[in-house]
Design a binder for this molecule. Structure first.
Ligand code: C5P
Length: 208
């Protein structure tokens, strides 16, 4: 299975990462969380004291990113979330990160999670999942995740931040958040991680 690519897309806190990581482990494929590329770009722009809306600065930071940037400890949290989403709407940023993602997937195959893997990065991927859950459930999951990391957060505020970020991701002109036509829609609102994994593996067996 030299270059099998599996695309896992969906809105924030729907369970994409958990599912994608598990599929990768099960199938012996490398895993790439593509959100980290946008998060690291946003962070580098903020480090320069620049505005994440500044297309020239953001494109420069995306193009000069190094692998160690993806391991920064400060890539999660409200400021990083929104900076990532803002730089992700800039076409030159997306262009700078595209080859990187394709290279990664083509080398040994991969499971990639993000927003546009099935629509733009690997439109030819044989297996595509679009993972969703109700807004309330996604807010609850993100809130629990923050609690687990010892970060105090207000549930209503977490819900509002997720709502704003999804709206920004879904309404941008370039590579908006949307399911590919041939993606399986997987609503995890009332599915636990094991049940979601079982549905995904059934699709993998059918398509590979
Ligand atoms: O997946 P994650 O929440 O870490 O992604 C952070 C942000 O990066 C998203 O809100 C989105 O704006 C952007 N992103 C994207 N395309 C991807 C992955 C992430 O635009 N493939």
């Amino acid at each position: 299975n030299a270059a099998i690519v599996i695309a896992v897309d969906g809105p924030a806190a729907a369970g994409k990462g958990t599912l994608a990581r598990r599929l990768a482990a099960e199938l012996g494929l490398p895993y790439l969380d593509t959100g980290l590329l946008y998060r690291a770009t946003g962070r580098r722009v903020l480090d320069r004291g620049a505005d994440p809306h500044d297309a020239a600065v953001a494109a420069e930071e995306a193009a000069s990113m190094r692998p160690e940037d993806l391991a920064r400890p400060d890539l999660r949290g409200p400021a990083a979330d929104m900076a990532a989403s803002t730089v992700a709407a800039i076409p030159a940023v997306r262009a700078a990160l595209l080859d990187w993602q394709r290279e990664f997937g083509r080398r040994h195959g991969a499971v990639l999670d993000g927003r546009d893997i099935g629509t733009v990065v690997f439109p030819e991927a044989p297996v595509k999942l679009f993972v969703t859950a109700s807004p309330e459930e996604r807010a609850r999951r993100r809130w629990l995740e923050l609690q687990g990391r010892g970060v105090a957060a207000d549930l209503a505020q977490v819900a509002a931040e997720i709502h704003d970020r999804d709206a920004q991701d879904a309404n941008r002109p370039v590579a908006p958040l949307r399911p590919a036509e041939d993606a399986l829609l997987l609503d995890t609102t009332s599915l636990d991680a094991d049940a979601a994994f079982a549905v995904a593996m059934a699709l993998v067996r059918e398509r590979l």
